[in-house]
Design a protein around this ligand. Sequence first.
Ligand code: 5GP
Length: 203
Amino acid sequence: MPNKGMLVVLSGPSGSGKDTVLSEIFCKAPELKKSVSMTTRKPREGEIDGVDYIFVDESVFTDAVSDGKMLEYARYGGNYYGTPKERVDSWLSEGLTVILKIDVQGGENIRRLYPDAVSIFITPPSMSVLEKRLRRRGSEAEEEVRKRLAIALDELKSISDYDYMVINDSLEDAVDDVITIIKAEQLKVTRRKNYLSEVIENV
Ligand code: 5GP
């Protein structure tokens, strides 16, 4: 039987660059699994249904919640976001490492359900850089940018609940930092019980 897999929670304010960091990580470490969330938010330009998110309307989302199909869910900026349960559970039972890109409420729920989950908070170097990034993205109206900045300030207060903090100043460094954290956590003796017994048997 493989070792139980590992859940990695990656949070960070909208505009912290966590999407870019994540897509680089999946290029460099394709063995890591990405959970695709379900959301009631409208797709941004270039986003693909089933790849970036599973885009649904509110009734589909609330049905999935009441049918027990979500591992966690949260309301963020007026929309629902949630992690479908089935795929994550099956990857974990195969001993794989699964990354959840979720907000701080989701992070809190996952830590409660999976106390051995590893949590990483990605921050922008400063609030002014965050504001610039959100405006440059141009996909959100002014009111939405303000809303996201207010949420970001609030989310930054939760950093101390996380295991690791990665500052996304240089993309390359942030990607390396996250991969290093994951590698080190995978090598922990507590996560390698099966290997330990194999080693002892082969002495
Ligand atoms: P965005 O609209 O910018 O793609 O995402 C908004 C926020 O929702 C981000 O902080 C993102 O990490 C979070 N988010 C995305 N998917 C999920 C999810 O499945 N669960 C939770 N709790 N948050 C999510």
